[in-house]
Design a protein around this ligand. Structure first.
Ligand SMILES: Nc1nc2c(ncn2[C@@H]2O[C@H](COP(=O)(O)OP(=O)(O)OP(=O)(O)O)[C@@H](O)[C@H]2O)c(=O)[nH]1
Length: 394
């Protein structure tokens, strides 16, 4: 059987230091035949030039595949698939490193290597093995970018006019889906700031290996052939998800260094949709990350997902409540999911709100009180909920 080519993917926001890390890596692995796939948004593909010059490795040993005018995660997924397959079939490549654009999300890239693409009929899992998903974070710019509230469009970094992603959402996606997280540019930040940032990132991403670097200098063994990647494991590695799975209503981590803490807000009553929406528009500034399932009184059929990062809040329907499904479906779902059955309420079924809140110096009691004020009052519970106004566009 053909040996599968290991693949490392470098993600990270624009300017975090991906190219610098790649250059260091290439100059330290001169005996390994590495193919580099560089995906740059700009027309001149500056990254590829830098890689070439910086590494000093000849073209015979290196293969550069530049994917132009798009980003790996969406428009050029097809290109990526085809390029990787071509490289693998050539047979003289020992390793593939992909530097994704600063605005690409890691999950679709990982999916490209984990599942067969039905449309193109390409199955990379037979020729490649995703080895490590690396996310590079700029320790100096992180808080500035995270709290900016900017969208990619405002920064002229979007894929197109319809790309409404927020910088904070992108940063959180990259942090929450990785095996190795490089906290780069530590030379520009004082030690205490780095310690605190690392603790926050550790809370957002409890599983990944965190490595502090300056000028992208990192031991190659931390990036290549680490065998760290596992799709299910990394999909469940986000801090908010771990906290949710713990299932303790008032769970508090043992260490609260730097005031970083988290808790889960759980209620079995619905929110008044307008009051809840208002709450999300004025969230306490101490909250860094909040995510969870919400039960809104005008949306009794489907659960809503609320995801906040920095100044960005997304609220949208996610799936039907099991209790809103026909009886026979309910029964088969409950049979397969003892956890849902365990939490089943005789009147409301699986409808409930569970929000994980992660932050710094969180005024927990105040937050809980303000959220409780969004719940339906006893009077409201006794009235017809369907008459409540729906403030959302869906
Ligand atoms: N002071 C300092 N500067 C750094 C460090 N790492 C990278 N830089 C500089 O930061 C700038 C951006 O670095 P790149 O490696 O190009 O970042 P990138 O993530 O590849 O950027 P994009 O391709 O635009 O997404 C360059 O000018 C680097 O020289 C670091 O650790 N400390």
């Amino acid at each position: 059987m053909m040996r599968k080519i290991p693949v490392t993917v470098l993600s990270g926001y624009l300017g975090a230091g991906k190219t610098t890390i790649l250059n260091n890596l290439l100059s330290n692995t001169k005996n390994l035949k590495i193919a580099v796939i560089v995906n740059d948004m700009s027309e001149i593909n500056i990254d590829a030039e830098l890689v070439e010059k910086g590494s000093g490795i000849s073209r015979t040993e290196e293969k550069f595949v530049e994917l132009s005018n798009g980003c790996i995660c969406c428009t050029l997924r097809e290109d990526l698939l085809i390029e990787v397959k071509k490289l693998a079939e050539k047979g003289d490549i020992e390793y593939i490193v992909i530097e994704s654009t600063g605005i690409s999300e890691p999950i679709p890239v990982a999916q490209t290597f984990s599942y067969i693409d039905e449309e193109l009929g390409i199955d990379l899992t037979t020729v490649c093995r995703l080895d490590t998903m690396v996310t590079v974070v700029d320790a100096n710019r992180f808080w500035h970018d995270f709290q900016s509230g900017d969208t990619l469009l405002e920064r002229k970094e979007a894929v197109g006019e319809l790309d409404d992603r927020n910088v904070a959402d992108l940063l959180i996606d990259q942090i929450e889906f990785c095996d190795v997280l490089i906290l780069n540019k530590c030379d520009l930040v004082d030690k205490q700031t780095i310690e605190k940032l690392e603790k926050v990132i550790r809370t957002l991403q409890p599983e990944a290996k965190i490595i502090r670097t300056s000028h992208g200098e990192v031991d190659t063994n931390e990036l290549l052939n680490t065998n760290r990647f596992d799709f299910d494991k990394v999909s469940n590695s986000a801090g908010w998800l771990k906290e949710l799975q713990l299932g303790h209503e008032n769970h508090t981590p043992e260490t609260e260094e730097y005031g970083i803490n988290s808790f889960t807000y759980v209620r079995r009553l619905p929110f008044h949709p307008i009051r809840f929406k208002k709450w999300t528009e004025n969230m306490p500034k101490e909250i860094v990350r909040a995510k969870g399932i919400v039960w809104s009184a005008v949306h009794n059929k489907f659960a809503i997902i609320m995801s906040q990062a920095g100044n960005s809040v997304n609220i949208k329907p996610v799936s039907y409540w099991v209790a809103a499904l026909p009886q026979h479906q309910q029964e088969s779902i409950l049979k397969q999911n003892p956890l849902i059955e365990e939490e089943w309420d005789l009147e409301y079924g699986d409808r409930m709100t569970k929000i994980v809140i992660i932050g710094i110096d969180l005024p927990k009691e105040e937050i809980v009180k303000s959220l409780d004020k969004c719940l339906l009052t006893t009077d409201e519970i006794n009235n017809d909920w369907s008459l409540l106004e729906n403030p959302f566009s869906w």
